[in-house]
Design a protein around this ligand. Structure first.
Ligand code: NAD
Length: 279
């Protein structure tokens, strides 16, 4: 395994890297372009953005600069973006996709996600994503912030099963029931806020494991995600942290360490609850 290791999705031809760079709350323009460029140069091959992050132009700029410096082609990268809630519905979704692609300056995305399960609208939005996939305009399609019941509703009318479900997941929100369900449906779980947005660095359990393995808490937590079957998209704009978050392949957690991290679960969210959001 290394930073470029991938897994196969349940549909689509391209496999997806286990580790990607997140760019939520990263300013459009030079800040996001420089982070994306740096990540690609360091070996990252997956970038996760969204229309609502309002930085797709800068991400596109970073992709072009990164490809040039790393000497790689577009085919070697895996780019994800997401449909914003205000754009849900069949026709709006088709238009929103083209706008994201245009802002990124790409021909197409490798993965397009429904960002949140907007009640009453997401089945229609999904039909549009299926259309984009069938026309070969997007590599794979998936969802984000879907609970089990949202996926059950979606599958009642879906022709294509989502390739992934990207949800909040970290040691304080382990999401084991959701994960078991996703695995059974052949939907890959992906963790957002894998580092709890920076809120777990002084947890004694994690600090102790980090010290015993000679790694940082961030590396321990990211490795825990990978060893428990979750893909991750940690965010950082700092060069040394972008490097640190990809340096995960010279150690393993043992079963006791994995269990100790699972025990930290408090069903605690740092982001909105997918059953009670109003945006
Ligand atoms: P995260 O858990 O990745 O935490 C990011 C923060 O942790 C950084 O701002 C930085 O302060 C800190 N950090 C990162 N690496 C560190 C290190 N090695 N050492 C010390 N501190 C470090 O949180 P996130 O950005 O919210 O989530 C990751 C990505 O997931 C986002 O950037 C975005 O792409 C995606 N996301 C998706 C959704 C969704 O609804 N689908 C929601 C939020 C985020």
């Amino acid at each position: 395994m290394n930073i470029q290791s991938t897994f196969t999705l349940n549909h689509g031809e391209k496999s997806m890297p286990w580790v990607g760079l997140g760019v939520f709350q990263v300013e459009n323009g030079e800040t996001v372009a420089a982070s994306v460029e740096e990540a690609i140069v360091q070996g990252y091959r997956h970038i996760d953005t969204a229309a609502v992050y309002e930085n797709e132009e800068g991400v596109g700029e970073g992709i072009r600069r990164g490809m040039e410096r790393a000497g790689i082609t577009r085919e070697q990268l895996f780019i994800t973006s997401k449909l914003w809630n205000a754009d849900q519905g069949y026709q709006r979704t088709l238009e929103a996709y083209q706008k994201s692609v245009a802002r990124l300056g790409l021909d197409q995305l490798d993965l397009y996600l429904i960002h949140w399960p907007v009640e009453g609208l997401f089945p229609e939005s999904w039909r549009a994503l299926e259309q984009l996939f069938k026309e070969g305009k997007v590599g794979s399609i998936g969802v984000s912030n879907f609970q089990i019941h949202h996926i059950e509703t979606l599958l009642q009318t879906a022709e294509i099963t989502p390739a992934i479900n990207q949800v909040e997941r970290h040691p304080r929100l382990v999401q084991e029931d959701l994960k078991q369900y996703l695995v059974q449906k052949n939907i890959q779980p992906v963790a957002w806020a894998p580092l709890m947005q920076g809120g777990i660095f002084s947890e004694p359990v994690l600090m102790e494991i980090a010290e015993s393995l000679g790694k940082t808490v961030a590396q321990i937590v990211l490795k825990w995600h990978l060893q428990t079957g979750w893909a991750v998209i940690p965010k950082s704009i700092k060069k040394h942290r972008i490097h640190e978050n990809a340096d995960l392949y010279d150690f393993e957690l043992n079963n006791e360490q994995v269990k100790a991290i699972h025990k930290m679960d408090q069903h605690h969210r740092v982001g909105p609850d997918p059953d009670h959001f109003d945006f």
